[in-house]
Design a protein around this ligand. Sequence first.
Ligand code: AMP
Length: 217
Amino acid sequence: MNILLLGPPGAGKGTQAKRLEERYGMVQLSTGDMLRAEREAGSALGKQVQAIMDAGKLVSDDIMIALIEQRIGQIGGKGFILDGFPRTVPQATALDRMLAENRIALDQVVEIAVDEAALVDRVSGRFSCKTCGASYHDRHHRPKQDGTCDVCGGHAFIRRPDDNAETVKARLKAYREQTAPILPYYRAKGILRSVDGMAAIDAVAQEIETILNKAKG
Ligand code: AMP
């Protein structure tokens, strides 16, 4: 099963994608993670996208389409979870072309719907374990023992440079203006479902599972 998770920054796409990876052995394809890895590696692409990402704006369609095109053919039989791509209508139509060329079907698109007012608070407080990637929040979900990851016991934590209140507002604007228009595109194809992203993480995961089980038939 191949799915796409849609939703604004802070909706919980990454968290839910990780759950699906663990539970079903699916592969998460996160373009944000790919770009952050390029930056970490100090590659030409990483340098090119740095300022755009830190401003909360979208990287150009050409760059993003080329990036995902390299990966899509290498997935093999495991299902994938697209997280963060497509983010514009041209990216969505390019994805359709790539999938058709590789004879891959996109089975389900799940929108994680959230109340925008809650997102600035959600995103601006988040941080994660540098070792295992487990996510935390300054106010809503601190490690049980301050400074120690609950999952792996690691002591190093990281914050994304674009997870600050000002940049989050720009990212929300980009979502509203450039990404939300792809919802009708998938609704028209009859594969779009929506879940309540304001519910607890486990409840959202349960809703997504129900949708996927129904789609399997
Ligand atoms: P994310 O981790 O998905 O929130 O992505 C972090 C940042 O990477 C975004 O704010 C954009 O600057 C950039 N980015 C990731 N995916 C895309 C995409 N599909 N199109 C354009 N920019 C993207």
